[in-house]
Write a new protein. Structure first.
Length: 225
């Protein structure tokens, strides 16, 4: 998987966009060094696959900037044994990274064509610990929780309580929170789930994502550019 025409572009991306900006988790660096990001973007933008920004993937959606993917993954603190929920499969690139770093990943995508395309490429790459579903991920996935980590890859008005409740004790949730004018990346950690809940919230950096839709997401009329 390492020797493809984009290998040097990928290593340059890792050095200049991730390591220089403070990404330190070796497993995150390893994952982004090997996963072929160019296969997750449409052919028309393939030459820009390793550029320092998001790219269009169809259905008005985007694949996130490499640095943001790396940072969000690092904030989840995965060690390899976790069950993870991803809300917003999109291209499936973040899903692939989670698949490398965790035991089992469930990912939900609202738009069927994106879910199908992501399923196809992830299957071709040989992943066997990923389950991609079509539906409204803002409600979570009660049947498969609790989750050691949850990642929302679209902007939420606030972190849905129903998702916090699907975190395991000690679990982490990372999400961009805010509206069309911009969001802040938040990390929530659940503590002492048995003895009365405590959720710690840390605010990280400003970010810009497409809106989370669905029951606990943004309604069309409230997402104003
Ligand atoms: N991690 C993806 C990000 C894609 S953008 C990547 O890097 O490719 C966010 C995605 O969230 C979009 O594909 C959008 O369709 C999806 N989305 C928005 N609201 C959703 C919801 N309620 N449930 C599931 N997916 C949702």
């Amino acid at each position: 998987m390492t020797e493809d025409p984009y290998t040097s572009a990928r290593h340059k991306m890792v050095a200049e966009q991730l390591v220089e900006r403070g990404i330190t988790d070796p497993s995150v660096i390893q994952a982004l060094s090997t996963i072929p990001r160019h296969l997750f973007v449409p052919e028309a933008v393939r030459a820009q696959a390793y550029d320092d920004g998001p790219l269009p993937i169809g259905e008005n959606q985007t694949i996130s900037q490499p640095y943001i993917v790396a940072l969000m993954t690092q904030l989840l603190g995965l060690e390899g044994f976790e069950t993870v929920l991803e809300v917003g499969t999109g291209s499936g690139y973040q899903t692939a990274i989670l698949g490398k770093l965790a035991r089992q990943v469930f990912s939900i995508e609202l738009y069927e064509p994106l879910a199908q395309q992501a399923t196809r490429i992830l299957h071709e790459l040989g992943y066997e610990n990923l389950v991609i579903m079509t539906g409204d991920g803002s409600r979570g996935l009660l049947a498969h929780g609790p989750f050691d980590a949850i990642i929302i890859t679209a902007a939420a008005p606030r972190v849905p309580q129903i998702l916090l409740e699907q975190l395991a004790d000690g679990g982490r949730l990372v999400a961009p929170v805010g509206g069309a004018e911009g969001q802040v990346l938040e990390r929530w950690t659940r503590r002492d789930a048995r003895r009365g809940d405590h959720f710690k919230c840390e605010k990280m950096i400003p970010v810009a994502f497409v809106p989370l839709r669905g029951k606990h997401g943004w309604q069309e009329k409230d997402w104003k550019m």
